[in-house]
Design a protein around this ligand. Sequence first.
Ligand SMILES: [Zn+2]
Length: 284
Amino acid sequence: MPLENMKAMLAAAKEGSYAVGAFNILDYNSTKAVIEAAEDLTAPVIIQTSAKTVIFWGSSAIMSWIRELVKASKVPIALHLDHCKDLTLIAECIEAGWSSVMIDASSRPFEENMSLSKQVMEMARPKDVTVEAELGAIVGVEDDIHVKEQDAHLADPEQAVQFCEQVKPDCFAPAIGTAHGVYKGEPKIAYDLLEEIASKTPIPLALHGGTGLTDEVFKKCISLGCAKVNISTQLKYAFIDGFVNYHNAHNTEYNPLKVIGSQFDALKAGIVENIHLFGGAGKA
Ligand SMILES: [Zn+2]
């Protein structure tokens, strides 16, 4: 099946009160793990690339392995550019075949965030590419975007409504208290804010900073309107631990394919678990 954008899959998820997992890939092996997990569970899935990963490999190299892997798949798959501040890189990904992009102008003043996000909408629409936009500042480090705790702030509900009405993104990421990276202590999720925003806009919401949240937190956020859940940090750990653990257990054996296989298994197991948790299994 060719890549599709996020529109139909997020609409169906919102309607059905489940969420589509959006997993940050790093290379061919991790992409294959995402697709195989989705295939095994008959689930729609979003493959995400950070801007850094796109710059590391180049958009055309990534696109070539994605096309190869997606070609035989039977589930809906979107290829989404995660947090990107650079309009040139967004244009490059749209041109290269990404089916969805995120403009993260959340560090800019409100009006500027709206105008940059609108600009990306105009770039994406003619190519049938969906757009995710962010409001508020999500604490932590994602890609090259560092937000210190004192600079993090939740999305303002009035502004959220105005943003959604004027920009009309396909997916909206309001900062609601989750964090990128590893949580230090209990996350304080502003459920009332999430509920208020979800009740005032029909646009599907994205939950960022998914790694480390409990099953209960996921379920509550999904029930309140999050139709897309981002998982990145967990996959970074599986990527490295899957590799290192195998080598530590077989340290006289130098068989790269077995190491890569172990990495694949660790990645896929985590993805399968998440898809089940978000309710996406059987929804393709
Ligand atoms: Zn994020």
